[in-house]
Design a protein around this ligand. Structure first.
Ligand SMILES: *Cc1c(COP(=O)(O)O)cnc(C)c1O
Length: 495
């Protein structure tokens, strides 16, 4: 059955999947949502014998209904190939009674690769299907990982350019090095004086600028988004939850139909929303455990029913989750408001003007699938330390937030059912925080010395993504004020 995509902020004008991918954001500033969530049309047993790419096809075909089989299979084949350092793409590792779903085996060793290795192909295919002749300009705000993953995905993809804004002092040294060494004539990386929310707000303003859009069109350009609000990011992320479940099934770790819990370290709410969609499709998931760091807006939201961004922004050791406005939450709000764009719009307006909104009791009762909690900086470090001591397995800071919250969940509820923890980054991406958590005696070491030490103590090979930046030259050194973002983009395009 064909799926069309509606805006979360107004009725009418539903668009096809390819059009939603091209636009990124709806014209009214809303997010695109499927008009219904499709059910899996293969049994879990059938899926359990499939490769990652095959599962990806079975899931994505249900959402991207205007793509032909050939088009979609082509996109999948180009995305999930030898850019990943393991054929299974997303391995499950058991440690201390939970399954870590390693989503960091792609080009930039963070989970963003899972979606951003396929998005450029979905986008260029969508452009062809819609007879678009303009060059597509990808505009992205990043808290660290999206930026590099998007750059790697789009570098030298014909018919596209990409501009990435990141908070100059808000990403890890390795994250920054990864971005500023990016090759590709169509790439542009800019640090801004501000935090991630400033970068994201600036990008949203540029997207909403109708005059600029008309001018760009005249010059042969149009914007699209690689941020996690793009439906072309969300849909590929549903795949690995299905894949994880069916692999547990194949290995007899769960019985068919047995529900599992899923734990997700959360920032923009994209990854956990994908797990929620997987559940709606019929995947046996019980609780969706939403893990926050000290920027615990979501924990407060799940406990109080009030989303309130008026608070101090904390820089933590899990920078990709240092977010006070979780954009993808809007899709959940829209849904629990009974797919009512007016109600959703009211709340989003309140968020914009007052920085907060409250949901009704009725809406709150629809959130029983979710459990929220958070980990302090100290708890996060302690979690890395303890897991390493106990098992020798090293996790990164984001994954540690999830692991810690999972422990709190078990203590709160006594629920011991099988759990999958989304492991969203390689420990090599946040080496200093990880090594400091294991032992403070490593503190004096240089960044790459730490990398080698991590390899030694964990018995794992240094990922290619890290080897590459050891010696790579810096190719981008642009910095701007948050008020200068639009001009910066126009300068890059030469218009
Ligand atoms: C982006 C990111 C997250 C947060 O994911 P969301 O989809 O924004 O909730 C968590 N961990 C890492 C390593 C990330 O890069």
């Amino acid at each position: 059955m064909e799926i069309l995509y509606n805006s979360t902020r107004s009725k009418g004008n539903p668009v096809k999947a390819s059009q939603a991918i091209l636009k990124g954001l709806a014209d009214d500033g809303g997010l695109f949502v499927p008009d219904h969530i499709p059910a899996l049309d293969k049994s879990l047993e059938e899926l359990s014998h499939m490769s990652y790419g095959q599962v990806a096809y079975e899931v994505m075909k249900l959402y991207l209904t205007d793509f032909t089989e050939e088009e979609l299979k082509n996109c999948i084949a180009k995305a999930y190939d030898s850019k990943f350092d393991t054929e299974v793409i997303a391995p499950l590792v058991e440690a201390d009674g939970a399954y870590y779903l390693e989503l960091f085996h792609g080009a930039t060793i963070a989970f963003k690769d899972m979606a951003l290795s396929i998005l450029p192909h979905l986008l260029t295919t969508s452009a062809k299907k819609n007879q678009i002749r303009n060059e597509i300009v990808i505009l992205t705000a990043t808290s660290g990982d999206t930026g590099k993953a998007a750059l790697a995905g789009f570098a030298d993809v014909e018919g596209t350019r990409i501009v990435v804004f990141y908070p100059k002092n808000g990403v890890s040294p390795i994250q920054e090095k990864q971005m500023v060494t990016q090759k590709g004539d169509n790439t542009y990386v800019v640090g801004i004086h501000g935090n991630f929310d400033d970068a994201q707000t600036g990008v949203k303003q540029i997207f909403g600028d109708k005059e600029l859009a008309a001018y760009m069109n005249e010059k042969g350009f149009q914007f699209s988004s690689a941020n996690s609000i793009n439906i072309g990011r969300l849909v590929p992320q549903i795949v690995y939850y299905v894949y994880a479940y069916v692999k547990l099934l194949e290995e007899d770790k769960v019985q068919s139909g047995e529900k599992i819990n899923v734990v997700v370290p959360t920032g923009n709410f994209g990854n956990i929303l994908a797990a929620f969609y997987a559940k709606q499709m019929g995947l046996p998931i019980d609780k969706l455990i939403c893990a926050s760091n000290e920027n615990k807006v979501l924990f407060d939201f799940f406990t109080s029913g009030t989303y309130d961004r008026n608070r101090e922004f904390v820089l933590t050791s899990s920078p990709s989750m240092d977010i006070l406005i979780s954009s993808n939450l809007e899709r959940l709000i829209y849904r629990i408001a009974g797919n009512d764009p007016v109600k959703n719009q009211d709340m989003m307006n309140a968020l914009k003007t007052a920085g907060k909104y409250s949901i009704t009791e009725e809406m709150k009762s629809e959130l029983s699938d979710f459990y929220g909690n958070y980990a302090s900086e100290e708890e996060t470090a302690q979690t890395i330390h303890e897991l390493y001591d106990k098992t020798g397995y090293v996790i990164d800071t984001h994954t540690a937030v999830a692991s810690c919250v999972y422990k709190k969940y078990k203590k709160d509820t006594g629920d011991e059912r099988t759990a999958v923890i989304a492991s969203t980054a390689s420990p090599y991406k946040f080496t200093r925080s990880v090594m400091n958590a294991i032992d403070s005696k490593y503190d004096h070491m240089g960044d790459f010395e730490l990398v080698d030490k991590l390899s030694e103590i964990s018995g794992t090979a240094v990922p290619k993504a890290i080897e590459e930046i050891r010696t790579a030259p810096v190719l981008h050194d642009h910095v701007c004020e948050k008020s200068e973002m639009k001009q910066t983009v126009m300068d890059f395009l030469g218009i």
